[in-house]
Design a protein around this ligand. Structure first.
Ligand SMILES: [Cu+2]
Length: 458
């Protein structure tokens, strides 16, 4: 009797949960309504079977409960019952599978007018490539991959020269235009998924897979990696911006071609040095940082990271909050640098200086424990704290302990990395949350401040 009631309650609870729970498809933003249809059909078929089987079970448990007056009967064959059950199961299975076959046929059949875009997955971010004016992608190979050529294009292939390289995590696509997305991976299995488009496909190292869809609604959608691909898998997020085709053309025209991205501008160290005069009052003559003005060491830091931070200060992405007085101070200092060239020159000058470690200021830190905690950070920031350009992770070795602690707190409390245009800051926010005690933060901060890494990046 009790078991029968439990079974009935299970059915009722499941139904109520299904109809009132907030977990359901995100609103559809592409042409793939047929995928929703097949998922719904599967839900209906499995749902009806679930209800029927469980209610039947409850009925049987109740109806044939133990009674000393009753004896069981043995009925080995029942043709009628078996035939009807077989037929019913067949109909259910066909209903579930057949629509999927038709949808899959469409899913792999890309329309002729689809435009192409390549998505390159890597631990732990996305980058994109458009074929450029000639409409043909240049060849790629893993052995061409370098800091300057992160997508590994063949520099000799003429088709690749006009390819448009998007090193940002934001992909833009025009509304209403079918898009064929070619997927590559640089390292391990990843999976490209945009829930609102109902597409999802593995990116496999060594081969090119694809999906296609027509983005139908304007808006910004998340690109998620749906393959467990390492420690920061959950932080591997991108964005698709669906916009009108004229907005899209403007955006595309602003992106560099491959040929342009290969021109290494020469940096003017002398100009950088004189621009740095203003900065030296806080960051120190040798950019060694200063505990008095609370300004971090900059010497030896990657130029690209310094340029990005200065741009973020200038664009009110970093150093904007009331509580971040030092950041706001730095933000106003950043406006003394008039243009991109100035940012690049001063960054190149700072990188060329050699780093000096400062003594630790945090007491009671356990450096050995800090070293253990740091192992997770090393995946991005490098075993020696040297940083990793491909992951946009800055050099940490020798940053002052008080500065590291302050930044971790800032990341944890959303005072840094919260802006939606700050992809790498967003990512570091998620990782800062893995440090779950003040002691762990202190330990790792002191460990980092004592790391020596004077290797100058090329
Ligand atoms: Cu991934």
């Amino acid at each position: 009797m009790k078991l029968a009631i439990v079974l009935v309650l299970l059915v009722i609870f499941t139904l109520v949960f299904h109809f009132v729970s907030p977990w359901w498809f995100t609103p559809l933003a592409s042409n793939w309504s047929s995928i929703d249809f097949t998922v719904n059909v599967t839900f209906w078929v499995t749902g009806l079977v679930f209800i029927a089987v469980n209610l039947f079970l409850a009925y049987v448990v109740f109806r044939y409960r133990y009674s000393p007056k009753r004896k069981a009967d043995y009925d080995p064959e029942n043709r009628k019952l078996e035939t009807s059950l077989t037929l019913l199961t067949t109909v259910g299975v066909v209903l579930m599978l057949a629509p999927g076959l038709f949808v899959w046929a469409k899913f792999i059949d890309v329309p002729k007018n689809a435009s192409q875009v390549e998505v390159l997955a890597q631990q732990w971010h996305w980058s994109y490539r458009f074929p450029g004016e000639d409409g043909v992608f240049g060849k790629t190979h893993a052995h061409f991959i370098s800091d300057l050529n992160p997508m590994g294009l063949d520099p000799k292939d003429l088709n690749g020269q006009d390819d448009i390289i998007v090193e940002d995590n934001q992909l833009h696509l025009p509304q209403g235009q079918p898009a064929k997305v070619l997927l590559r991976s640089k390292d391990v299995l990843h999976n490209f998924a945009v829930p609102q488009f109902r597409v999802k496909m593995d990116a496999v190292p060594g081969l090119v897979s694809y999906v296609w869809f027509t983005p139908e609604k304007l808006g910004v959608y998340d690109i998620l990696c749906m393959e467990l691909c390492g420690i920061a898998h959950y932080a591997m997020r991108g964005k698709v911006v669906v916009e009108t085709s004229s907005e899209f053309k403007v955006w595309l025209a602003e992106q560099p071609t491959f040929a342009q991205s290969q021109q290494t501008a020469t940096r003017d160290l002398a100009a950088g040095k004189s621009l740095y005069m203003v900065c030296a009052s806080c960051h120190g003559q040798q950019a060694q940082g200063s505990v008095v003005s609370k300004a971090p060491a900059l010497a030896g830091q990657h130029q690209s990271y310094i340029v990005r931070q200065l741009q973020h200060y200038q664009q009110s992405i970093r150093g904007t909050y009331e509580a971040d007085d030092l950041g706001r101070q730095m933000a106003s200092m950043s406006s003394t640098l008039p243009d991109l060239k100035a940012l690049q020159d001063v960054a190149a000058y700072v990188e060329s200086l050699s780093h000096i470690n400062s003594p630790a200021t945090i007491r009671n830190a356990d450096v050995k424990r800090g070293e253990k905690v740091y192992q997770n950070c090393a995946r991005c920031h490098g075993q020696e704290g040297e940083g990793n350009l491909a992951l946009s992770a800055p050099k940490l070795a020798g940053l002052q302990d008080w500065y590291v602690r302050r930044q971790i707190h800032f990341f944890q409390h959303g005072l840094r990395g919260g802006h939606e245009a700050d992809y790498f800051g967003n990512q570091m926010q998620l990782l800062a949350k893995t440090l779950n005690s003040e002691q762990a933060i202190d330990d790792v901060a002191v460990f980092i401040s004592q790391m020596k890494n004077n290797a100058v990046q090329k």
